[in-house]
Design a binder for this molecule. Structure first.
Ligand code: B12
Ligand code: SF4
Length: 392
């Protein structure tokens, strides 16, 4: 009905088109303000509409989302079943049963937050998404698949592990079945596994890759080096099964920091990226500048690693450390020796530092980031000009 980036003014038209009784809004932290604006716009059009907010930000900042009064309810955690329960109660009885897990609302005098987070233990019990109800052409990734939840790791800067601490997977057989159904119904052959770490269960990954060898799909995914380094042969299997791109969170090019934050060695990074590239995959490596322990020297090592990888044809994405609500550093910055300078989460854009660390000021971090991005852009421009010259 409304997608990020659209004008809020489109909302009255959409409400007429869909005439809903209940409207659900999802948001990540940087979209919290827009989510509130959307809810207010809906209420302005129809004061009787029931507005419900969910998703990662609503889960970790439920009181903040309910307090401005734009939303009637916030549902925390995985709401696959609780949202159905809430909507049924609202439509049948006009109000929810107070026992719905993760429900948050204003009872007239105070904000009530039910503590229990809903967490679906058996992902095989969930039906596949009703893609028939969606206009898939509106999506960047028409073939998006979410086949596991949570993460088998707990990085200090990530809210994924806090949000859903236990790592759960959908069985390989059901994943393959879903891909076949999507292909049969929508003609989609290109898929993207959107979960945190497809390699979180290596044996399942091998089963999926082996099953895909017999099919003609192509796919991409995000994987952790920590898992893949244990068995590089799995990367070969992935490529044989149609994997064409992998995103790998490396996070630092400094040997000491890499060991500290990921338990990895420089050799681990080299072996996994090289093997993936040798198999013909497009490799994208993600880096963070501004770890609490980062110094000018360790950041120089990170930039140096990115330059080397880029020369080898590996894409590198770099962002500033961002203290997301729900992440260990976002919740307890003091235990990392970090100060957070803005709690306005819409400013968490990765390009201007929201923190200062033991070693580096907010301004210095922003400046290093800007210099790095500009120098890469200049290198790309030179390379682009060179290749144009070669062609002419
Ligand atoms: C896939 C993914 C993406 C994909 C798709 C995003 C999308 N909007 O679908 C892409 C690559 C595009 C992406 C981009 C970004 N992402 Co992202 N992404 C994820 C990832 C790995 C999985 C999300 C997912 O699909 N999970 C599966 C579904 C079923 O779970 P879910 O979305 O959380 O929904 C459940 C509940 O939250 C709830 N729920 C959700 N919405 C609603 C709405 C209502 C009304 C109700 C009742 C319930 C409800 O019920 C659902 C079912 O259980 C998560 C990590 C994680 N483990 O969650 C990060 C994560 C959500 N991303 C994150 C971030 C920061 C971003 C970006 C801002 C990064 C950037 N550099 O721009 C952008 C924002 C894009 C956007 N507009 O949403 C952070 C958010 C942290 C925060 N506190 O804000 C996460 C948590 C990872 C992290 N680093 O901590 N992301
Ligand atoms: S950064 Fe990646 S590996 Fe670390 S907890 Fe988050 S999703 Fe898991």
């Amino acid at each position: 009905m409304y997608r990020m980036g659209e004008s809020i003014e489109s909302i009255p038209r959409s409400l007429v088109e869909y005439s809903p009784k209940v409207v659900g809004v999802t948001c990540v932290s940087s979209q919290a303000r827009v989510a509130n604006e959307v809810a207010l716009a809906c209420h302005e059009c129809d004061p009787d509409l029931i507005l419900v907010c969910g998703g990662i930000h609503a889960t970790v900042r439920a009181s903040e989302m309910i307090d401005p009064g734009a939303f009637d309810y916030v549902l925390r955690g995985e709401c696959d079943f609780t949202f159905v329960e809430l909507v049924r109660d609202l439509l049948e009885r006009g109000q929810p049963n107070g026992h719905i897990k993760g429900l948050c609302f204003h009872d007239g005098s105070q904000v009530v937050v039910a503590k229990d987070l809903g967490c679906v233990e058996n992902l095989d019990s969930l039906p596949v998404p009703a893609r028939d109800c969606l206009d898939l052409d509106q999506y960047v990734q028409r073939g998006a698949l979410a086949t596991s939840r949570g993460c088998n790791s707990a990085c200090y800067f990530c809210s994924a592990a806090t949000f859903r601490s236990c790592f759960r997977t959908r069985s390989a057989a059901l994943v393959l079945q879903e891909m076949d159904e999507v292909c049969a119904r929508s003609g989609i052959h290109e898929f993207e596994f959107v979960e945190d770490n497809l390699a979180g269960d290596m044996s399942r990954l091998r089963d999926i890759a082996t099953g895909l060898k017999k099919r003609s799909y192509t796919w991409g995914c995000q994987v952790a080096i920590r898992d893949l380094r244990q068995d590089l042969h799995t990367i070969d299997l992935m490529a044989e099964g149609g994997c064409r791109s992998v995103f790998i969170g490396v996070e630092s090019g400094d040997a000491e920091l890499l060991r500290r934050i990921k338990g990895l060695s420089l050799e681990d990074v080299r072996s996994v990226t090289e093997r993936s590239q040798a198999c013909g995959m497009l490799v994208c490596a993600g880096f963070i500048i501004g770890h609490p322990w980062d110094t000018e020297e360790s950041i120089a090592n990170t930039v140096e690693m990115m330059r080397r990888l880029r020369r080898e044809g590996i894409m590198c994405s770099v962002s500033l450390l961002t203290p997301f609500p729900g992440s260990p550093i976002g919740e307890h910055p003091e235990s990392f020796g970090v100060s957070i300078h803005t709690k306005v989460t819409e400013e968490y854009t990765f390009s201007r530092s929201a923190i200062s660390t033991m070693h580096l000021s907010q301004e210095r971090l922003s400046a290093i980031y800007a210099d790095t991005v500009i120098s890469f852009a200049e290198e790309d421009a030179v390379l682009g000009a060179g290749s144009d010259r070669n062609r002419s």
